[in-house]
Write a protein that binds this ligand. Structure first.
Ligand SMILES: [Ca+2]
Ligand SMILES: [Ca+2]
Ligand SMILES: [Ca+2]
Ligand SMILES: [Ca+2]
Length: 290
């Protein structure tokens, strides 16, 4: 039976007799199939047909009730029906299709944090310092999606923010390292764990990496074409490439040179930052990843 046909059956069946009709009082040992025992919007009989648990309002525990899963056309036994990396609940909440893996929260598959609004955004006054809270950086990425750095919070993973410029040689070499291309930094792998291990950790998802671009190779403000070109030149499908719109990061850091790199923890607290040292944040990240 197709999902649509099943849904029609479910909706038709939902208009069946009211609870307990025709039953003697107290006949609890013979469950009425018209009863919705768990209060999730589907009768026990419909749940039996749907494959969900009539005694659990949310069989797969993804936050979407079984009755809501029937309406959304999702699998009540799978928290991510279309296997695009985002839960059915998060997709419905954000207006994306939970049954189309081409429609997702981030085209790039970046992390998502449904609780990000609970983080206390300190704003952009002042400057970056270890122990401080990262301001809520919102911009756009190489796919043109709206980007929110607080989506990277709450995943128990170190986050590297690499603020770079298109014209900067060492920025390009750092991105080559992540892309698996021959890089200037290869020669330093034996001296720094951050250099030796960072690519594998980013590839495995143990460290999250955000590439923030300040300027093009012509010293101009970046646009989405430039983000795409950078991603194309130094491809790593775990790396979000985002624009430093209105030079927010550049002013707040402040930039002494490129790249300028911060390591922040999953609560968005800056754990390693020194304007003159971009290797220490990498070392911090690899030593604090699982
Ligand atoms: Ca039910
Ligand atoms: Ca569910
Ligand atoms: Ca999904
Ligand atoms: Ca989807």
């Amino acid at each position: 039976m197709t999902r649509l046909a099943l849904l029609s059956l479910v909706l038709a069946a939902a208009c069946s007799a009211p609870h307990g009709e025709g039953k003697p009082n107290g006949a609890t040992d013979d469950p009425d199939p018209a009863v919705d025992s768990d209060g999730d919007g589907m009768t026990d009989a419909d749940e039996a047909a749907f494959g969900s648990d009539p005694a659990s309002a949310d069989t797969d525990g993804d936050g979407l009730l079984d009755g809501e899963e029937a309406l959304a056309g999702t699998d009540p036994l799978a928290s991510d029906t279309d296997e695009d990396g985002y839960s059915d609940f998060d997709e419905v909440e954000t207006g994306h299709s939970p049954i189309d893996d081409g429609d997702r929260i981030y085209t790039g598959g970046w992390p998502y944090n449904p609780d990000k609004d609970s983080l206390e955004n300190p704003g952009w006054d002042g400057n970056a310092a270890e122990g401080g809270m990262l301001p809520n950086f919102q911009s756009y990425d190489q796919f043109g999606d709206e980007f929110d750095i607080y989506d990277y919070a709450g995943h128990d993973k170190p986050v590297i923010i690499d603020v770079s410029a298109g014209w900067c040689y060492y920025c390009q070499e750092m991105s080559k390292l992540l892309a698996g291309q021959r890089s200037y930094f290869d020669d330093f792998a034996s001296s720094y764990a951050g250099i030796a291990q960072i690519k594998d950790m980013v590839d495995n998802g143990d460290v999250l990496w955000v590439e923030v671009l300040d300027q093009t190779d012509a010293y101009e403000e970046v646009d989405q074409d430039f983000l795409q070109a950078w991603d194309g030149a130094f491809p790593n499908d775990k790396v979000a490439v985002v624009a430093d719109e209105r030079q927010k990061f550049a002013r707040w850091l402040p930039i002494a040179g490129y790249p300028t790199i911060l390591a922040v923890n999953s609560s968005m607290i800056i754990k390693s930052f020194d304007p003159a040292d971009y290797i220490s944040p990498l070392n911090w990240a690899v030593s604090h990843a699982d």
